[in-house]
Design a protein around this ligand. Structure first.
Ligand code: SF4
Length: 512
């Protein structure tokens, strides 16, 4: 029996409501066929939908977005592994075949389908997980987030509307998300990784609005390129890839007023008074110490250094340890005892400066693929000894020390003792230093070029920031990565982390 035949509603396989299934994807778009994600894009911004369909080449597709999508695929694979016996509708990008396969399996009495594909009134959806219990169905959207977001409800409502339109009798609509209380116990046992939220009530409230959303998208696609909406939020629910096209960089304002940190209200007050550059603002209109320091640096064209900074840094005893960590997060944990999205250290670099100026470098990087957490903590304790300031840039290393201590109670006292030796160089610079080249940011990547241009991160190969370090680590621990490539990634990772700690040494020496 075809789905929907009993109710007399439109079928998933054929019928007048299905406009998407018998054409290629691009041709469908030209005919204003819609998918769930396109409707969501249209709800965020009409122009975004229009550009996505007609001018995708003007978008900038970030690496971060791609990584997120890859992480999402892992989550779906693991989810499917927890439901053996389910049928995956896998027809690559052939949507017509996916529609036909779905109809065939439903007609054959399949109880559980992944990526079941439906179309109703020209809107196509793929349901992550469809469970059929006698004549009724439960549909799940599987998300890699750790809770239900508003956009997931819109998503679920569109899906429900299509499935119901195809004649499915839906008992419940659920958002299945990652449960961040899950602790991985090994043996690829992921029972408990996912939590179900039944959102049927919220979806029922949204359902009457869906036809209007669909119609609005059709109107957008039938027209010419929309203007930029006055109230658009280009970052929510998803960062828009067309920002560079919509908002091309104008003539550069020197020392823009927006670079004043710490108080949006203060910046808005100055903008409302007509100022666009820090240079234009009379000194007595500024109220915050940090703003006054920036104003001074911009007007002098030189760094402003509070005498407290060199005094404090000169007083640091030897040996001095300069420390930096790299960490990774997994939506699906792969190391025993870890939780989803926990920040897990896999690498550190430590420069040690001895009295008299001798510099020594120590490091740790585990690309074996197994958990690096215990060796990381042990090697760290060995490296840092029991005395001497530990200079970090920001509070992150202190947090990882605390979490490592919680993970390994036998090491906790020693790791806690390290925390007490940490000197946060970032907080000292924020309080006492500004150089006009820093453009309102105390990130080490902005501070270092002002002090030691030869240590610019652009001179590094391949790994130049934390995101690239994570991507390199993931590639290196992948079993399919060839040894020469893994060696190259190791070199890039070590060079990047060592640059961070050499940068800390250079900054402290500059002032002390
Ligand atoms: S950048 Fe903003 S205005 Fe432009 S298409 Fe994207 S969301 Fe719309």
């Amino acid at each position: 029996m075809r789905a929907g035949a009993a109710s007399g509603k439109r079928s998933v396989v054929s019928g007048p409501g299905i406009q998407y299934n018998d054409e290629k994807k691009g041709e469908d778009m030209a005919a204003h066929g819609l998918s769930k994600s396109r409707i969501i894009e249209g709800r965020q911004c009409p122009r975004r939908l229009w550009l996505k369909v007609y001018r995708p080449e003007v978008g900038e597709w970030e690496t971060g977005t791609r990584n997120l999508l890859q992480a999402g695929l892992d989550v779906h694979e693991v989810f499917r592994g927890l439901h053996p016996g389910g049928v995956l509708i896998d027809t690559d990008d052939d949507l017509a075949a996916a529609l036909a396969e779905t109809g065939r399996h439903l007609a054959g009495g399949a109880g559980t389908l992944f990526e079941a594909t439906f179309a109703h009134q020209g809107v196509l959806v793929r349901a992550d997980f469809l469970e059929r219990r006698s004549s009724r169905c439960r549909v799940h959207e599987v998300k890699s987030s750790t809770g239900v977001k508003d956009v997931h409800l819109d998503d679920a409502a569109i899906q429900h509307w299509v499935l119901a339109g195809c004649g499915l009798d839906l008992e419940a609509t659920c958002v299945t998300h990652i449960d961040n209380r899950f602790v991985y116990q090994g043996n690829r046992d992921y029972h408990g990784l996912f939590a179900d939220a039944d959102v049927s009530g919220q979806v029922a409230a949204l359902l009457p609005e869906v036809p209007a959303w669909v119609e609005a998208c059709r109107v957008i696609l039938a027209g010419s390129e929309p203007a930029i909406p006055a109230d658009v939020d280009c970052e929510s629910p998803w960062a828009c890839p067309f920002a560079g096209y919509c908002f091309p960089a104008g003539p550069e304002v020197p020392f823009p007023i927006e670079t004043l940190p710490g108080s949006t209200a203060e910046v808005e007050r100055l903008k409302a008074a007509g100022f666009t550059s820090i240079r234009q603002v009379p000194r007595d209109l500024l109220r915050l110490g940090r703003h006054l320091r920036m104003w001074q640096a911009v007007h002098d064209g030189a760094a402003v250094v509070d005498p407290e900074l060199p005094r404090t840094l000169r007083d640091l005893p030897f040996p001095r340890f300069f420390l930096d960590f790299e960490t990774i997060q997994f939506a699906v944990p792969i190391w025993v005892g870890t939780r989803p999205y926990e920040q897990l250290p896999f690498q550190f670099s430590c420069h040690v400066e001895w009295a008299g100026g001798r510099l020594e470098h120590r490091e740790f990087l585990d690309l074996g693929g197994g958990s690096p957490l215990r060796p990381f903590a042990e090697r760290l304790l060995e490296t840092l000894g029991t005395a001497g300031p530990i200079v970090t840039y920001g509070p992150f290393e202190r947090r990882i020390l605390r979490e490592s201590g919680e993970r390994f109670p036998d090491l906790q006292p020693a790791l806690e003792a390290l925390k007490g030796r940490v000197v946060d160089l970032l907080s000292l610079l924020r309080r006492w230093y500004y150089h006009p080249a820093m453009a309102g940011s105390w990130s080490i990547k902005n501070v270092l070029p002002a002090i030691a241009p030869e240590l610019r991160y652009e001179t590094l190969q391949e790994v130049r920031d934390g995101g690239a370090a994570q991507a390199a680590f993931l590639e290196a621990i992948h079993p399919g990565t060839a040894a020469p490539r893994r060696d190259a990634l190791r070199r890039h990772l070590l060079a990047y982390c060592a640059r961070d700690t050499l940068g800390l040494v250079t900054i402290v020496r500059h002032f002390a």
